[in-house]
Design a protein around this ligand. Structure first.
Ligand code: MLT
Length: 410
């Protein structure tokens, strides 16, 4: 008899977003007359069309595949040089990162989950609370945790509470952690870490021989010029950090799929006997064994994000979504709610009206306003009492959401 990975049985019933989808479906089935009114601001999925420069490049990639002379079969597992070099030139030029330290993939969700393949057992893993659920669930699957308690916290994880007091930026802990997940701009709270806060984290990682897994999927939304976009802007980070980046939220690639991991060759982990091994070497081995590269037309399209036209068109998209975030902040504030985030991130993080839990608010918004939001508690127990509104939508939908929110709470 084939046995299973029993760690899966420790997971809470459903991944957050499918669970939201299930509830929305149940509501629409019970209230078919309301179905057309539903506006989805739950999952952070882009809504606007791919920028024309990106579409053009993808078409050209497909056309090349249509002719024997320009056809491409398997590409390099690490990604095409043209894309890795464009990434370095445009995003890491002054930071001492080279193109062979960039690994192209099909998404940051996969990358942040798969990275656990290269780490051993017994690491103390620090996770902010609230948090992007992928970091937690993949550690559960990998057997890095015990069971969840009644509040959903897994035994063995070091939770770093993020709250209004610390501006939703975790302080470095007094405990020793080996692996630390940081996400800035933050999903779900929309908070950003200052240079000084990131310096404190890098100093902590160096002092504790820890690795920071830095998820920068939302860096393109940073508006404040003082806020670092990359952890590698911090001195010493090249000794202890891995950065995850994505084309999903800037270029609108959630359905196209393309992302990358930056692993400087100077970042090392230890064997059980204390020998230091570059993580780059392990990830390279893992990537070339379990992955055959993102598709050629997709990598062509991703490279177009860095063309002059591509940059201008992506900027327009970011401005559009950040304009939405501004309206959502204003509406939630006008409704008398406590509002965080949304200034350097496409997520607005809102305190629930007094007396309502996160799921109460989810149900109220769905049933009384036909707006889908994400309950804060779905991101961890410290998210209880909050809800997240995604700014990824059309302007008309966001304006309508603002009106409905104000009418609902007034
Ligand atoms: C979210 O809504 O938190 C994101 O869409 C999740 C993701 O990017 O995978």
């Amino acid at each position: 008899m084939a046995t299973i990975n029993a760690n899966f049985l420790k997971l809470k019933a459903g991944y957050l977003f499918p669970e939201i989808g299930r509830r929305v479906k149940a509501y629409t089935e019970a209230n078919p007359d309301k179905a057309a009114r539903i506006i989805r601001c739950g999952i952070g999925d882009v809504t606007e069309a791919l920028p024309p420069a990106i579409v053009k490049a993808m078409h050209e990639g497909v056309d090349e595949l249509a002719h024997r002379e320009t056809f491409h079969g398997y590409g390099p597992e690490q990604g095409y040089e043209f894309l890795r070099q464009a990434i370095v030139d445009n995003q890491f030029a002054d930071l001492g990162i080279s193109a062979d330290e960039v690994f192209i993939s099909d998404g940051s969700k996969c990358d942040t989950g798969n990275i656990l393949d290269i780490f051993g057992k017994g690491n103390t893993i620090a996770i902010t609370d609230p948090v992007y659920p992928v970091y937690v669930d993949t550690n559960v699957m990998a057997g890095n945790t015990g069971d969840a308690d009644a509040k959903g916290a897994y035994e063995g994880l070091l939770y770093l509470p993020c709250n209004a007091e610390n501006g939703f930026v975790a302080d470095v802990p007094t405990e020793k952690a080996d692996l630390i997940y940081l996400c800035f701009p933050n999903n779900p709270t929309g908070s950003v870490a200052t240079r000084a806060q990131l310096e404190a984290w890098v100093a902590y990682a160096k002092a504790n021989d820890a690795i920071i897994l830095f998820d920068a999927a939302y860096e393109a939304f940073i508006q404040d010029p003082e806020i670092p976009h990359s952890i590698f802007e911090i001195e010493g980070a090249k000794d202890c950090c891995i950065e995850f980046r994505s084309f999903s939220k800037n270029g609108g690639f959630t359905g196209v799929r393309c992302a990358y991991v930056v692993i400087p060759k100077t970042v090392t982990g230890k064997t059980e006997t204390g020998e230091r091994i570059p993580l780059h070497q392990l990830w390279s081995r893992r990537h070339s064994t379990k992955f055959n590269g993102a598709s050629y037309p997709v990598q062509k399209a991703a490279a177009a994000v860095f063309s002059e036209e591509g940059k201008a068109q992506v900027n327009e998209l970011i401005e559009h979504y950040m304009g939405n975030a501004k309206l959502l902040i204003e509406a939630a504030t006008a409704a008398g709610l406590q509002v965080f985030g949304g200034k350097n991130a496409p997520y607005v993080w809102v305190g629930c009206p007094k007396g309502l839990s996160s799921w109460d608010m989810f149900d109220k918004m769905l049933q009384e306003a036909q707006v889908v939001i994400t309950p804060g508690s779905g991101f961890g127990s410290a998210g209880e009492g909050y809800f997240r509104i995604s700014a990824f939508n059309s302007r008309a939908n966001v304006e309508e959401v603002c009106n409905r929110l104000k009418a609902l709470i007034a």
